[in-house]
Design a protein around this ligand. Structure first.
Ligand code: IFM
Length: 455
């Protein structure tokens, strides 16, 4: 197995999922604080991120742990309401200090920080002013990004703008599985998507103005469509199905083309315009110049294939091949399809011609501490080995992949599933906050050290 010489091996987390300290250090409320506290029954185990992994107080130990596990690149997110408690206006110096100390600590341990600017903890004050529906939103986001860039940009050079726009809008306002869990009609969804992409564009502009030598990415997610065989017609069918924007208000935001063509190519795909173009906000064409900014990487979160197809003689040009009954699934119920890390990056690189970073990949499984004091997680090792092998095949096939971040460093608050899903390389006992590296963490250490040779 081979990976490029400077391949970026790392692990990822997000603020609300690990920090806790929800009303400490001057932090303001976010839509996740409100959802977890106010919507009884929404979170599977009735929990919240109030304490989470208590990383807010334990970040020094966590960074030392990471260094011991050989992690050299760490992706984390900044909580907007920690920096600007009301979302706009007043800056919270304690919030700035927290992230500044975290960055110093990472650098002292030889760990390169990758900062995600938005990973879902929207300030309540922004939500109450209409958030992604409000045309002022790109300037509010830009002002927040400027504060982060001014505070950290002397030491942090790697930024990702918005994590999984598909989930921000699709889970937040279409299927209502995430905060704010408010169902909105297609007209609003289209407007929000467009404004979100404008936020991304403004963030890139601000970063380039403020941080010399900055490198910027965008972190959408996708479930690649996999070809049933390597016959050219099946591969072409998969490529077409992957980027198609369905004419379905419940599903169109999941197409990678919807949230990436404007950002990466400067225009909406034709099928999206035919179906939803009439719902775009006035003046959308001129916004494309803001949305379409040069990026250093096209960052992508990939966990599994969405579906498998073969070419067919029908209107769509393909038919679906069902996932086998009883086929491998993670604890989330997600199919285990390692080839998603071959076809996904390959199709994305062909279309967007920008170096790829896999900014999340990993799995949740039934992990607990065994009587020998260790956490044995052979399924995760098998999963990672198979996915990374597929990724290395993509590299061998001239797909320009620059890095891979395992989700996640720590077990953490998995949104509506609370603490019932463990994605970490490190087990967390939430009662005591004890961290125990799982077998997979030790295995991953060797993979990183050998640049994948150990696969
Ligand atoms: O935990 C999430 C993360 O916040 C975003 N990407 C998917 C992960 C697993 O569901």
């Amino acid at each position: 197995m081979s990976f490029p010489k400077d391949f970026l091996w790392g692990a990822a987390t997000a603020s609300y999922q690990i920090e806790g300290g929800w009303r400490e250090g001057g932090k303001g409320p976010s839509i996740w604080d409100d959802l977890t506290h106010e919507r009884r029954g929404f979170i599977l185990d009735g929990s919240s991120g109030d304490e989470a992994c208590d990383h807010y107080h334990r970040f020094r130990e966590d960074v030392a742990l990471m260094a011991g596990l050989g992690i050299r690149n760490y992706r984390f997110s900044v909580s907007w309401p920690r920096i600007l408690p009301e979302g706009t206006g007043r800056v919270n110096p304690e919030g700035i200090r927290f992230y500044s100390d975290l960055v110093d600590c990472l650098l002292e341990h030889g760990i390169r920080p990758f900062v995600t600017l938005y990973h879902w903890d929207l300030p309540r004050g922004i939500y109450q002013r209409g958030a992604w529906l409000n045309e002022e939103m790109p300037e509010w986001f830009a002002a927040y990004v400027r504060e982060v860039a001014l505070a950290l940009g002397d030491r942090v050079k790697d930024f990702l703008t918005i994590n999984e726009p598909q989930c921000v809008i699709g889970l937040g306002y279409v299927s209502c599985e995430q905060a704010p869990a408010v169902k909105l009609p297609a007209r609003d969804i289209v407007r929000m998507s467009h404004i979100l992409m404008k936020c991304h564009g403004r963030a890139v502009q601000v970063l380039r103005e403020t941080v010399p030598g900055v490198r910027v990415g965008y972190a959408p997610c996708s479930g690649p469509v996999l070809p049933a065989s390597e016959k050219p017609e099946d591969v072409e069918a998969a490529r077409r199905a992957y980027f198609a924007v369905p004419d379905d208000p419940e599903r169109f935001t999941w197409s990678p083309a919807w949230f990436s063509d404007p950002v990466m190519l400067g225009g909406y795909p034709q099928d999206a315009l035919s179906a939803f173009g009439h719902l775009l906000p006035e003046g959308w064409e001129k916004d494309l110049a803001v949305i379409h900014q040069r990026l250093d990487w096209y960052t992508q979160n990939i966990y599994n294939g969405n579906l498998t197809v073969r070419a067919a003689d029908n209107a769509r040009g393909y038919e679906e091949v069902p996932y086998p009954v009883g086929g491998e699934r993670t604890l989330m119920g997600w199919p285990v399809t390692p080839d998603a890390l071959y076809w996904g990056p390959k199709f994305l690189y062909e279309r967007y011609r920008t170096p790829i970073l896999i900014s999340e990949n990993g799995m949740s499984c039934h992990d607990w501490v065994f009587p020998d004091g260790r956490v044995h997680d052979p399924a995760r090792i098998d999963y990672l080995r198979r996915y990374l092998s597929a990724l290395s095949r993509a590299v061998a096939d001239d797909t320009d992949v620059r890095g891979y971040f395992c989700w996640s460093l720590l077990d953490n608050f998995e949104w509506k599933f609370g603490y019932t899903q463990r994605f970490g390389l490190v087990h967390v006992d939430y009662a005591t906050q004890k961290r125990t590296p799982k077998d997979s963490a030790l295995w991953y250490k060797e993979i990183m050290e050998t640049n994948g040779a150990g696969l």
